[in-house]
Every structure is written in C-alpha cells, then in structure tokens.
Ligand binder design. Structure first.
Ligand code: HEC
Length: 111
C-alpha cells in the first residue's frame, strides 16, 4: 500500500518536472534572492502573512492572480491589517522582473 502510494507520488513528481515547471526549490531560491523571505514565512507570519495563509485566503478566487501580481509589483496594504497591524507590502517592480513576480505569485497560490 505504502510503496504503491510512493510510486504514484514519484510519477506525479515526474509529470510536473516533465511539464517544465520550476520545482519548489527553484521557487524558494527565487523568493530568497528577491528578498521576500525577510518578511514572509512559507507557512508562518513574519512581518507579512505566511504564504500558505495567502494561498488559503484566495483559493477559488479567479481574479486573485492578477491582483496579487499587481500588489507585489506596486506594493500596498489593507488586505492583512489584522495580521500585520497595517504594515505595507513594498513595491517590487522593476527590482524583480514581471516574469519573476508572476512566477512567485503562481508559486504562492499552489501552496
Ligand atoms: C518588508 C516586508 C515585506 C517584504 C520584503 C515582502 N512582503 Fe509581501 N507582504 C508584506 C506585508 C506587510 C503584506 C500585507 C499587505 C496587506 O495588508 O495588504 C504582504 C502581502 C503579500 C501578499 C498578499 C497580498 C494581498 O493583497 O493579499 C503577497 C502575494 C506577497 N506579499 C508576496 C510577496 C513577494 C512575492 C515578495 C518578494 C518579491 C514579498 N511579498 C516581499 C510584507 C513584505
């Protein structure tokens, strides 16, 4: 039973890799390099909300991807005041390329 589950997992990992998506490690490296992890834990609040909390908040919200990309590019506050006490998210464009901002938001939404 367990080994069957493991081989299914391995197959799923292989399919994701074969589809050419960045691995979780690459995304975490990109987040580190971009400075995001100074304020965000993957699954816990630091200064900003934990990324798994962000993903949970926007689950099923079709417009979330575009508005989160804009928020990371331009900065802003107001969506997490009860968690952050009103600290703003800094603007990241053009320090981080639009392509990498989109990659980071896509990664966060998969968490
Ligand atoms: C100086 C601290 C800081 C850094 C560095 C930082 N963030 Fe944030 N981030 C915040 C805060 C504070 C919020 C909450 C903003 C709010 O209340 O709407 C936030 C919110 C967010 C949100 C949710 C936005 C929303 O409207 O719900 C995303 C997505 C996000 N950050 C991604 C990133 C990414 C990607 C990086 C790196 C490129 C990054 N953050 C770097 C502080 C930071």
């Amino acid at each position: 039973m367990k080994s069957r589950w493991l081989s299914m997992t391995a197959a799923a990992v292989f399919m994701v890799a074969a589809a050419g998506q960045a691995s979780a490690d690459e995304n975490i490296d990109l987040a580190k390099k971009s400075g995001c992890l100074a304020c965000h834990g993957i699954d816990k609040k630091v200064v900003g909300p934990g990324w798994t909390d962000i993903s949970a908040k926007y689950k099923g919200d079709a417009g979330a991807r575009a508005s989160l990309i804009e928020k990371v590019a331009k900065g802003g506050k107001g969506n997490w005041t009860e968690v952050t006490g009103g600290v703003p998210m800094p603007p990241y464009s053009p320090r981080v390329s639009d392509e990498n901002i989109a990659k980071l938001v896509d990664f966060i939404l998969t968490l």
